[in-house]
Design a protein around this ligand. Structure first.
Ligand code: PAF
Length: 287
């Protein structure tokens, strides 16, 4: 029997709904992986997680202008659609949804989702409007696809918290899964923005993971004072020439409120600029 090529590609919400509706009619559980393309192993691990528990996996590829600030990298964000589709074919994703800007934000668009609380510190402070753009597009995509389960990476820990909050607050009928960060063999968290780095910058970027490992080691050695750990992380980062620190924080993993003494698991999170490229990473520290 001949099977149709995978992934099928749709660009309109009408075609998307038709394809997903057919899968649902076949009693398939629908998994959804929202992406901005420039796919790497991190994204593919989300597709595999979806395939492990769903019978039909939709991947969206859309560089969402609303989540980039005016001085950010929207214009030069990597757009590698052909390579992305080949990677999705390689893992056997069922449907790629690649909408245009006009499909997502038609003329007259004027409704925004603003999550308070967990969206405010860290990334929220450094990138005003970022989570408004993320929450809005993710809610729209969830409404378009109507999946049973949606998959996000832990590398964007705060984003995942913001989406969980939005889904709970707005009664969105979807299960949210957060999957582990995928790292290069040397520890660098996979990110589409790593492609901006020169070979030297790529080496320098290892300092994010190195400082997170140092934090974990200090906690293992019974250090409980957050300020001490942050100071040691800062020292490590500043061994790298030209590294600029946006923030280094130890926070409550649920509320993202700063922690002073480590008596329960805390999230270590940081945002560092290397060669002007803004990189983020995080890990949970367990006392
Ligand atoms: O994590 C991302 O790539 C984006 O923020 C998302 C969730 C696809 C929304 O544009």
């Amino acid at each position: 029997m001949e099977t149709s090529p995978r992934p099928a590609i749709v660009t309109t919400i009408a075609d998307l709904r038709w394809a997903v509706g057919a899968a649902r009619k076949d009693q398939k559980r629908i998994g959804f992986v929202p992406t901005m393309g420039a796919l790497h192993e991190g994204h593919l691990s989300l597709v595999r997680a979806s395939q492990a528990e769903c019978q039909y996996t939709v991947v969206s590829i859309y560089v969402n202008p609303a989540q980039f600030g005016p001085k950010e990298d929207f214009a030069r964000y990597p757009r590698t659609l052909q390579a992305d589709l080949e990677k999705l074919a390689g893992v056997g994703a069922d449907l790629a949804f690649c909408p245009s800007d006009a499909e997502v934000y038609p003329v007259g668009f004027s409704t925004w989702v603003e999550v308070e609380g967990v969206a405010e510190p860290l990334e929220g402070q450094c990138r005003p409007g970022h989570f408004r753009g993320v929450a809005t597009v993710v809610l729209k995509l969830l409404n378009m696809v109507q999946p049973d389960v949606a998959y996000f990476g832990q590398k964007d820990y705060q984003q995942a918290l913001v989406i969980r909050r939005m889904v709970a607050d707005l009664n969105v009928p979807v299960e949210v899964r957060v999957c582990p960060t995928v790292r290069e063999p040397d520890g660098l968290a996979m990110s589409s923005r790593n492609s901006y780095l020169s070979p030297q910058g790529r080496q320098k970027a290892l300092v994010l993971w190195k400082s997170l490992q140092l934090a974990a080691e200090l906690v293992r050695q019974a250090e409980r004072d957050a300020a001490t750990i942050i100071a040691r992380m800062r020292q490590t980062i500043l061994t790298v020439e030209d590294a600029q620190i946006d923030y280094i924080a130890l926070v409550d993993p649920e509320t993202l409120a700063p922690v002073e003494k480590i008596t329960a698991p805390v999230l270590a999170a940081l945002a560092i600029r290397i060669e002007g490229t803004r990189l983020i990473d995080n890990c949970l520290l367990e006392p």
